[in-house]
Design a protein around this ligand. Sequence first.
Ligand code: FES
Length: 93
Amino acid sequence: MHTISFDGKTSGKAECDRETALLAASTKAAVPLPHRCGGHARCGTCIVTVAEGADQLSEMGTAEAHVLKALKANPDQRLACQTWARGDVSVTY
Ligand code: FES
């Protein structure tokens, strides 16, 4: 079991027993993380900043890297719809 924590306009935590997408975890945590394109790595509205647990996240795929580059994102930012957590992670949005 691991915990994915969100801190932003609304804060919350999701307890997960398997690898879980950050966007799915936000729903479980009742945190209204924006996701305009529905999780298809097109809009970038689900961007989060990883505060802790970056080593517990999935590798970045091509689609995610493309969107983050277009957004001029910082190295500690990820797309919640394209990032899976296998351990404790904290993000801000
Ligand atoms: S929901 Fe659109 S990029 Fe993640």
